[in-house]
Design a protein around this ligand. Structure first.
Ligand SMILES: [Fe+2]
Length: 290
């Protein structure tokens, strides 16, 4: 396992549509198609499916991205939701995002920013931008909200799959899985066929059969005899070069995981960051998807 970087480099994906410059101009709220390999048709997910689960995380206090994802999930007929943690940190709506997720009553696992926002420990070993945002976040949350974050569980089993923010081998160490070699350690502790995670903000699928392989975040069929460790990407601060909000839908009856990318009102999110006097680079990086 490689040591956890503060801000891991991500592989260069195809160029996504550019977001509007900040600030000014009309907000962009459109729905992006599922990213599929050339020649592959988008899977048809019947709306009557009894178990279609929206799995979303790394919201990072981006309310516009969160609302866009939740609206899309409802449109897609999702009947359940699971939050992969890092509800707060970086962006300007920590309390609103926390209350939105809390009100859903869905399973939630703890992320490292949730833990840091709930604590009182020093943040001086963290990179200065993340630390500044977390100090600000601590002031924006009530004691009740911080207690709720503190009590979140690190790992949960839902149905017959597992969810964790970082990795199953050492979930409280917040290790980053950035390649298939990192994923091998996780698979040693993965006792369900499917495990979802986040943390790197880069959607990706690791598959263990005879060996561990890595594939881009596209539609993936869950097949007998293989294990899957699936990073659902980030709602509120993607880092794969694509600025659009990302989440995944687990269509259980059809044994299919589909990734969704959605344009959202990034201008409003950026304006809130600037109005809150958070570091400007937090607004800039949203547009870069880094
Ligand atoms: Fe995160």
């Amino acid at each position: 396992m490689t040591p956890p970087p503060q801000d891991p480099d991500a592989p260069q994906p195809p160029q996504p549509p550019k977001p509007p410059a900040i600030p000014g101009g009309a907000p962009v709220v459109t729905q992006a198609p599922v990213v599929l390999p050339e020649g592959v048709e988008a899977p048809s997910l019947p709306s009557s499916s009894p178990r279609r689960i929206a799995i979303f995380g790394d919201i990072h206090a981006n309310l516009e991205a969160l609302e866009t994802v939740l609206a899309d999930a409802e449109e897609q007929g999702c009947d359940d939701f699971i939050c992969m943690g890092d509800i707060v940190g970086y962006n300007a709506d920590p309390a609103a995002c926390l209350e939105r997720v809390r009100a859903m009553g869905c399973p939630v696992v703890k992320g490292n920013h949730d833990e840091d926002a709930a604590g009182t420990h020093s943040l001086e070993t963290m990179n200065p931008v993340a630390a500044a945002a977390l100090e600000w976040t601590r002031r924006m949350l009530s004691e009740d909200q911080r207690t709720w974050l503190r009590r979140l569980r690190m790992v949960r089993q839902v149905e017959d799959f597992t969810v964790v923010h970082s990795t199953l081998d050492q979930p409280s160490n917040w290790n980053y899985v950035t390649n298939r070699f990192d994923a091998m350690s996780n698979f040693s502790y993965q006792f369900t066929q499917v495990c979802f995670h986040g943390h790197t903000h880069v959607p990706r699928v690791y598959i263990k059969k005879d060996k561990v392989t890595e594939t881009p975040a596209e539609s993936v069929a869950i097949e007998e005899g293989s294990k899957y460790f699936i990073n659902v990407g980030s709602v509120g601060q993607p880092r794969d070069g694509d600025w659009r909000a990302c989440y995944a839908i687990y269509d259980m009856p059809n044994e299919l995981v589909v990734f969704r990318r959605l344009e959202y009102d990034i201008e409003t999110t950026q304006r809130k960051i600037l109005d809150a006097e958070l570091p400007r680079m937090l607004a800039d990086r949203l547009a870069d998807g880094r």
